[in-house]
Design a protein around this ligand. Structure first.
Ligand code: ADP
Ligand code: MG
Length: 333
């Protein structure tokens, strides 16, 4: 278990982390989500003992990260944003180097290295120079070094940045696998990534914690209004006439056209949007108007993030992109 109390970090005039307090329980995959510059890396560098805080307390299983550094650090495996790989070494040589630095006993060295090589599926690459590996494999080597010593918590700082879509899927699968044996903290500025892998989410913005919840609760707790999307040939006037009789619908609005069809969004304060879908269906049938689409609109994490930070939106929000916009064509060396 990790407890963070009143953590702040100042770089000159910049308050990168602003009075953060939270607890990480054992056995879950946590998403640490926020736009670029939110303070994710700074926080993770402090939790892992790589950077000094300006103020605040961090305890790993009761061990203070400064006062009992050795005990605390043993419990954490960390893959920083920019992993310190030595590209002239092979993964096997590099892992041996890290294992020794971590103080793993000589007798266990070989079996421990074999274990992490197996867990990260880099068997076939273990004797190739790291500089000849793809970015996806390099990231696996980075994760392998974090796993050495079998720490209970694995912290990964934006592990999928710069990977192509296929590599992203493979690394995500690997992280999900790790989640079965370790507590995992995964930082990301990609909303769908957190939604795909994590059970719990911490959203950080301008150094402050703005949300801490189960990923499944997020939509429910924030959205007071549900929306239902319909597609029909009916004009706005006709739709208004039909739904006028449904009390559960508070308002509606035309969104787009698709061939001869029009799309509308209906808002409802009712908790269960499926019940409202049923009412809508019956109303259209009663008027003999076909609906070609009728479904509740799921609130995405993106909508939630915008809702949460709308009072202080700035250009940083533009940096929260989807995976595909994120993907940059990078040359394999
Ligand atoms: P994130 O990982 O969420 O993108 P960071 O923790 O890297 O955010 O940065 C948080 C803020 O602190 C940013 O405004 C960044 O410019 C600033 N910052 C980070 N590292 C340094 C540093 N070494 N010196 C000065 N400012 C820094
Ligand atoms: Mg970062």
């Amino acid at each position: 278990m990790i407890t963070v109390e009143h953590l702040s970090k100042r770089y000159g005039d910049v308050l990168a982390v602003d009075d953060l307090s939270f607890t990480i329980e054992d056995g879950h995959i946590y998403g640490f989500l926020g736009p670029n510059g939110a303070g994710k890396s700074t926080t993770l560098n402090i939790i892992t003992g790589c950077l000094a805080a300006t103020s605040g307390d961090i305890k790993i299983d009761g061990h203070d990260i400064y006062e009992e550094e050795k005990e605390a650090k043993k419990l954490i495996g960390y893959l920083p944003e920019i992993p310190p790989l030595y590209v002239e070494q092979t993964p096997r040589e590099y892992l041996k180097f890290v294992a020794e630095a971590k103080g793993i006993a000589k007798a266990e060295l070989e079996s421990e290295i074999n274990r992490v090589i197996q867990e990260t599926h880099i068997e076939e690459m273990q004797n190739r120079l790291i500089k000849h590996l793809s970015k996806g494999y390099r990231q696996r080597v980075g994760i392998a070094q974090a796993l050495l010593g079998n720490p209970s918590v694995i912290i990964l700082d934006e592990p999928t940045v710069g990977l192509d879509p296929m590599q992203i899927i493979e690394i995500r699968d690997l992280i999900s696998e790790l989640g079965k044996k370790h507590t995992v903290i995964l930082s990301s500025h990609i909303l769908s990534e957190i939604q795909a892998i994590c059970e719990k989410v911490l959203i950080i913005y301008k150094g402050k914690l703005v949300v801490y919840d189960d990923i499944t609760n997020l939509g429910k707790s924030l959205s007071s209004e549900n929306e239902i999307e319909i597609m029909t040939e009916a004009t706005e006037e006709k739709v208004s006439e039909v739904i006028n009789h449904i009390d559960a619908i508070s308002s509606f609005q035309q969104t787009e056209n698709f061939e001869k069809y029009h799309c509308y969004k209906l808002s409802t304060a009712m908790e269960n949007p499926y019940e409202v879908c049923e009412l809508v269906f019956r109303a259209f049938v009663a008027n003999s108007i076909p609906l070609v689409k009728l479904n509740p609109v799921q609130t995405s994490l993106e909508d939630i993030f915008i809702e949460l930070t709308s009072s202080e939106q700035d250009s940083e929000l533009g940096e929260m992109d989807s995976d595909y916009e994120e993907y940059e064509e990078e040359e394999e060396e």
